[in-house]
Design a protein around this ligand. Structure first.
Ligand code: NDP
Length: 244
């Protein structure tokens, strides 16, 4: 049986990825800080969805977390680094602490968890890592400086990891979601009709994406159908990254 870890699997895009994995019989360990959210996901998706509460910004605790998970659940072939946080502030209002906080969760924790998981995947003879970026890495979006820096870093790290880890059978890819209608993003757009109009006008398909669209892409990249694909950044964005 394939086993995966999905960080931030208790909500939004991570929950949709977990749902797809579980539907395809992939046992999925979901990590987040809020245990009640993770347990609600398990109630919804069943026993193949396994909650593990942890704060990934506690970098020093990551090696023990990976050891605990692999000791308890055995081989884990897939890691989806989906957990991420955002901060909307004008550039000059962002403090050093703000910047560091976003970078710690969105980049350093992804690096540290991936490093420990690669040591584990090596013992299995291969694996797949999928990082969740954003179109914020493709073009400038105002008031999200730290988030943008973090997502650009993820895309660079994906490529470097892909090249270094290819000989070991570990594939590393990235999904760059466009405007995805999670509760949070749909509300933000509905609260700002002008922005909604702008977003829709530069999305050739003319609709917002769904979390399930990202789930489908993650399922593909995790599976054997993507066995010759590594180091790519796959936009799942209704054409947003190529059109106006
Ligand atoms: P959510 O806020 O719904 O999900 C983020 C998840 O990350 C939560 O489940 C949260 O769980 C978890 N998380 C945050 N910090 C930590 C931490 N320190 N340790 C462990 N878990 C943590 O957002 P989305 O589903 O919208 O976003 C998911 C990913 O997709 C992010 O990387 C985001 O940048 C990216 N993305 C989203 C887009 C969108 O339109 N929604 C567009 C482009 C990219 P908890 O609070 O329990 O810790």
């Amino acid at each position: 049986m394939t086993t995966a870890i999905v960080t931030g699997g208790g909500s939004g895009i991570g929950l949709a990825i977990t749902e797809k994995f579980v539907q395809h019989n992939i046992r999925t360990i979901i990590i987040g800080r809020d245990l009640s959210k993770l347990q609600a996901a398990q109630e919804k998706l069943g026993a193949l969805c396994i909650p593990v509460a942890a704060d990934l910004s506690d970098l020093g605790a990551i090696p023990a977390l990976v050891n605990k998970i692999t000791a308890q659940y055995g081989p884990v072939q897939v890691l989806v680094n989906n957990a991420g946080i955002n901060l909307k502030k004008l550039f000059t209002d962002v403090t050093d602490d703000d910047f560091q906080r976003i970078l710690t969760t969105n980049v350093t924790a992804v690096f540290a968890l991936s490093r420990e998981m690669v040591k584990h995947m090596r013992t299995l003879g291969g694996g797949a890592i999928i990082n969740i970026s954003s179109m914020a890495a493709q073009y400038g979006i105002p008031k999200v400086i730290a988030y943008t820096a973090s997502k650009s870093a993820i895309e660079g790290m994906t490529k470097a990891m892909a090249v270094e880890l290819s000989p070991e059978g570990i594939r590393v890819n990235c999904i760059a979601p466009g405007f995805i209608a999670t509760d949070m993003s749909a509300k933000a757009l509905n609260d700002d009709p002008e922005r909604k109009q702008k977003v829709m006008s530069r999305t050739p398909m003319g609709v917002l994406g769904t979390p399930a669209d990202i789930g489908d892409a993650a399922l593909f990249l995790a599976g054997n159908g993507a066995k010759y694909i590594t180091g790519v950044v796959l936009p799942v964005d209704g054409g947003n990254s190529v059109g106006f």
